[in-house]
Design a protein around this ligand. Structure first.
Ligand code: PRP
Length: 215
């Protein structure tokens, strides 16, 4: 029997994803050692492997089949646009993709002005402004702390994740438009889905059961 490999997005999601998997009977003791610098973990009994990767790399590993199954946010799935199957909404890590900025930026949006949009998600921002709103904008790619951009005058608005809204509020910014809801998803490699259908379907079914979606 070959190994089924999981790629988990590093960070807040990984721990929650492992907790869910554990409730389906899939455990990985090795992974619980937080001191460890190991990158890949094995459950020999169940013939499973797990590795943690930067969230934005998870869809890449899954598309190329280096991982059969991935757990990653819908934001990353949309941004990366990889060829894979999105099979399950884990309904955790819930948040929203939004256009945000100072209240004064509402006017620019209303009148479809040529504004600058800063984001860690240039593809999502482009798709939203060009295809949904039919507004021409200049997109500026940033890698973090995007809320800074409208404060220091790099852009009029941002496209970013809003969870509690605290970051926006503490910086005098607000949600101007909502793009879509987000949460953690399970994705599967398209070939693995066919070649290992039985084992992968069982895993998905078990996850569905523990998150209370029945079978
Ligand atoms: C995310 C996001 C916001 C913040 C939203 O950033 O980009 O900055 O969380 O959360 P809130 O609405 O609960 O305040 P993250 O922590 O991933 O850091 P980064 O922006 O530096 O990447």
């Amino acid at each position: 029997m070959r190994y089924i490999t999981f790629a988990l997005a590093k960070g807040r999601l990984a721990k929650k994803a492992m907790d869910l998997l554990e409730r389906t009977g899939i455990t990985c003791e090795e992974m619980k050692d937080e001191q460890s610098r190991k990158l890949i973990f094995v459950n020999e009994e169940l013939k499973l492997k797990f590795f943690l990767a930067k969230a934005s790399d998870v869809p890449t590993y899954v598309e190329y089949g280096a991982a059969d199954i991935g757990v990653v946010g819908k934001d990353t799935i949309m941004e990366e646009g990889r060829k894979l199957y999105e099979v399950l909404d884990l309904r955790m890590g819930k948040c929203r993709m939004c256009v945000a900025g100072p209240a004064s930026a509402r006017e620019y949006l209303k009148h479809h002005e040529l504004i600058r949009v800063a984001s860690k998600y240039p593809n999502i921002a482009k798709d939203y402004f060009y295809n949904k709103k039919h507004q021409t904008v200049e997109i500026i790619k940033l890698n973090g702390s995007v809320e800074l951009a409208p404060i220091v005058g790099l852009s009029e608005v941002i496209v970013d994740i809003v969870e509690t809204g605290t970051t926006l509020k503490e910086n005098g910014l607000e949600v101007l438009e909502e793009i879509c809801p987000l949460s953690a998803r399970v994705v599967v490699n398209q070939v693995s889905m066919k070649m290992e259908n039985e084992r992968i379907s069982r895993i998905i079914q078990d996850l569905r059961r523990v998150i209370g979606e029945g079978v």
